[in-house]
Write a protein that binds this ligand. Structure first.
Ligand SMILES: NC(=O)c1ccc[n+]([C@@H]2O[C@H](COP(=O)([O-])OP(=O)(O)OC[C@H]3O[C@@H](n4cnc5c(N)ncnc54)[C@H](OP(=O)(O)O)[C@@H]3O)[C@@H](O)[C@H]2O)c1
Length: 308
């Protein structure tokens, strides 16, 4: 396996700025009292939400050698137990919590488990999330609600509770990785609610990164493009069609690279990152092009998809 945190696999808008001698605007290392200490992974104790598959399971695999404790949460208890068995080694403590994080009861079950640990975790990976491909007016209320409940409400409430519990100090900062998306940088017809929830995630992360710096808590928004996981299968409605995938091949990055570059970004103090050069370029274009031009491209793409 490649070194999970090898800087060579790290690509982000901020990294290219740094390579050009520019300090990224989201660089947590520069505080008003001088250089704030960046988060370091060795010995960390992490909560990973949505750890039963995809990116969440990959975070657990890549943290296996550096973490002391992992708390894995998702609804599928069997998949979590399987992952726990795969990770098993003498040093690493792995705890599994099968719970629905979109409910208050599910989140309470997670914190109940966390309360049994000798010290509160110092890393939260807020990864659980889901999407819904298709027309907004044909979406069931349940599918709309589940995206808001998980991608927004659960992520926010978990973050709030984590900050209240974690014992961050200047010498040993804590950290939060929020999994956002490339979709946070542009409206997406037929994935509109999901894209809006991810805009929320990125905005929340960057706002709180400033607010929580004095509490010694580092925040990072990770914004992947298309990544082969169970996401697409789960986002597809029963008898519904797949999303428009034109152009996506160019942007696809494997989960291993998304996670290794995210962990590297956390350790160097970035606040928002896009895994993969092409994903970073797409984000740059979505954010910098005039709004009228973006609307025109999105409209043409939407009409083409409708005509198929
Ligand atoms: N894959 C992509 O193309 C892509 C691109 C950009 C961003 N992302 C983001 O990446 C994150 C991870 O997704 P993924 O790609 O790894 O997809 P995935 O393989 O479908 O994983 C989603 C995880 O979330 C968990 N989950 C879903 N509903 C839950 C609930 N109510 N309570 C607790 N856990 C729940 C799932 O486990 P259970 O079903 O067992 O609960 C699973 O472990 C998401 O936030 C997603 O929005 C993905």
């Amino acid at each position: 396996m490649a070194n999970p945190h090898d800087p060579k696999v790290h690509e982000s808008v901020s990294a290219s700025a740094a390579a050009n001698g520019v300090v990224p605007s989201g660089d947590a290392r520069v505080g008003k009292t001088g250089r704030a200490r960046p988060f370091t992974l060795p010995g960390c104790s992490a909560i990973i939400t949505g750890a039963s598959s995809g990116l969440g399971a990959e975070f657990a695999r890549q943290l296996r050698l550096s973490a002391s404790t992992l708390v894995l949460a998702a609804r599928s208890g069997d998949a979590l137990e399987k992952l726990k068995a795969e990770l098993g080694n003498g040093q690493l403590q792995v705890h599994v919590v099968a719970c629905d994080l979109s409910t208050e009861a599910g989140r309470a079950a997670l914190w109940e488990k966390v309360s049994t640990l000798p010290t509160p975790p110092n890393l939260l990976i807020n990864n659980a999330g889901l999407g819904d491909y298709g027309q907004f007016m044909e979406a069931s209320e349940a599918r709309i609600r589940s995206q808001i409940d998980l991608n927004i409400t659960a992520l926010t409430m978990l973050l709030h509770e984590f900050v209240a519990r974690t014992q961050a100090t200047e010498e040993r900062p804590s950290a939060i990785i929020n999994i956002s998306s490339l979709a946070s940088t542009t409206p997406v017809p037929e994935l509109a609610v999901y894209a809006a929830t991810k805009s929320y995630v990125s905005s929340l992360t960057e706002g709180l990164a400033i607010e929580l710096e004095s509490r010694h808590i580092r925040l990072l928004a990770v914004c992947p493009g298309p990544t082969p996981t169970n996401f697409g299968k789960n986002a597809r409605r029963e008898a519904g069609k797949d999303t428009d995938r034109s152009g996506q091949d160019l942007l696809t990055v494997p989960p291993q690279r998304v996670v290794s570059s995210a962990l590297h970004s956390l350790e160097v103090g970035h606040r928002r990152m896009f895994p993969g050069k092409r994903v970073a370029l797409a984000a740059f274009l979505f954010e910098k092009m005039p709004r009228w031009m973006l609307r025109g491209i999105l409209t043409a793409r939407y009409r083409r998809a409708m005509a198929k």
